[in-house]
Design a binder for this molecule. Structure first.
Ligand code: PLP
Length: 398
């Protein structure tokens, strides 16, 4: 019999975030006190002006196919938005393509740049789906350890060690999922110099670029000289505008790559939902949007403060201050409990769901990820339960 399932179909890893979420849902089906810190999804609903724009588009009959690479009006709005965020000019017609989400942006990007066996450097820990994407495109994900004491950013010596003649690209994701780290300018410069020296693409997954705290400046590779031609910016509307269910994103990058991505897109989804693209224009340019986004970011920062204070008061736990996104990567090493056991027992005994750090790579052992995109009441109640759990589990420790 012929081999039934392809390499990608058989060796893709299920996301442990999803696996854990599913386990949590099974428990939640039988009891109503489960608190979820698993899924990385804003608890806010999409702002009203954006919802209304979609309804208006449907009522105006904007229900037909859109161009493969996206509506011209949306690409122009993206071009203006990119100029504001990154300070760079991107031509709406040749350097921007609209996608079906950040996940889709990753798929299209690696399909466009990788040949069989090409390697992509990425962090360990990294968001659970990142390592799968190069594999889907026939490539290889090469993990580079990230350390808490190094702000969960690459050390150049580790990048050098991971480099081979097949290395094609390096993946950046800051603000970071799962660690909440934000890239500092001096680290960005070193990583970009490394990319230039070894002629690598930089894939910048900017899903959380807007969720950044304490007025810290957001740095992107394209802000540095000589980087625009080797960088692909991957964006999603999911997190910034609380639009996870809409499935809308974009890629900005060099024209030859954007053209290749457009061709791949034509042969998969053809184009993104037309009415959703009209909602995307409102998200980027609606007069009510900035205040809505600002309020959400302020609320995330408030929750971050609560999480940071409460977790660091629990004996045996510690947590570096998250500087962006909505995740805390909690260090549980002092408890002596393995990450998977911590998450499993916490869920089974105390009905609190958190993803084990090992779900983000081997370097995640000794950590659990908490998504604090939920109400302050639930955060406080959940952390109180975590404190009780840790006390119970470590009562026989010296
Ligand atoms: C780092 C990162 N990139 C991309 C995505 C994909 O987001 P979406 O597919 O909703 O646009 C996520 C979602 O959690 C993420 O955390």
């Amino acid at each position: 019999m012929k081999k039934r399932i392809s390499r990608a179909g058989s060796c893709l890893e299920r996301s442990s975030i999803r696996l854990f979420f599913e386990k949590q849902c099974r428990i939640a089906a039988t009891c109503d006190d489960v608190i979820s810190f698993t899924i990385g999804e804003p608890d806010f609903i999409t702002p009203p002006n954006i919802r209304q724009a979609c309804i208006d588009a449907i009522n105006a009959g904007k229900t037909k196919y859109a161009p493969n690479a996206g509506l011209t009006e949306l690409k122009q709005a993206v071009s203006r938005s990119v100029k504001k965020i990154y300070g760079r000019d991107y031509d709406a017609e040749t350097e921007i393509v609209i996608t079906n989400s950040g996940m889709d942006s990753l798929r299209l990007t690696f399909a466009a740049i990788l040949d069989e066996g090409d390697e992509v450097l990425m962090g360990d820990p990294a968001w659970a789906n990142h390592p799968n994407h190069p594999v889907l495109a026939g490539g290889v994900s090469v993990r580079v350890p990230l350390y808490e004491e190094n702000n969960f950013t690459y050390r150049i010596e580790d990048l050098e060690k991971a480099l081979t003649p097949r290395t094609k690209a390096i993946l950046l994701n800051y603000p970071n999922n799962p660690t909440g780290a934000v890239l500092r300018y001096e680290d960005l410069v070193k990583i970009c110099d490394f990319a230039k020296e070894h002629d690598l693409y930089v894939i910048s997954d900017d899903a959380y670029y807007r969720i950044i705290f304490d007025n810290e400046k957001y740095w992107s590779p394209v802000m540095l000289e000589g980087m625009k031609e080797r960088t692909l910016i991957l964006q999603t509307f999911s997190k910034t505008y609380a639009m996870t269910g809409w499935r809308l994103g974009y890629i900005a990058g060099p024209a030859d790559l954007i053209e290749a991505i457009g061709k791949i897109n034509e042969n998969s989804c053809s184009c993104v939902n037309t009415m959703v693209q009209w909602a995307g224009i409102e998200a980027l340019e609606g007069k009510d949007t900035p205040a809505e986004v600002e309020a959400m970011v302020r609320e995330f920062q408030h929750r971050r403060d609560i999480v940071f204070d409460m977790i660091n008061k629990i004996p045996g736990l510690s947590c570096a201050k998250p500087r962006g996104a909505f995740y805390a990567f909690i260090n549980i090493k002092e408890t002596g409990i393995k990450s998977a056991d911590f998450s499993n027992h916490l869920l089974e005994k105390y009905h609190v769901g958190m993803t084990p750090g090992t779900g983000f790579g081997a370097s995640g052992e000794g950590y659990v990820r908490m998504s604090y995109a939920t109400s302050t009441d639930k955060i406080i109640e959940g952390i109180n339960r975590i404190a009780a759990f840790v006390k119970e589990e470590t009562k026989n420790n010296d």
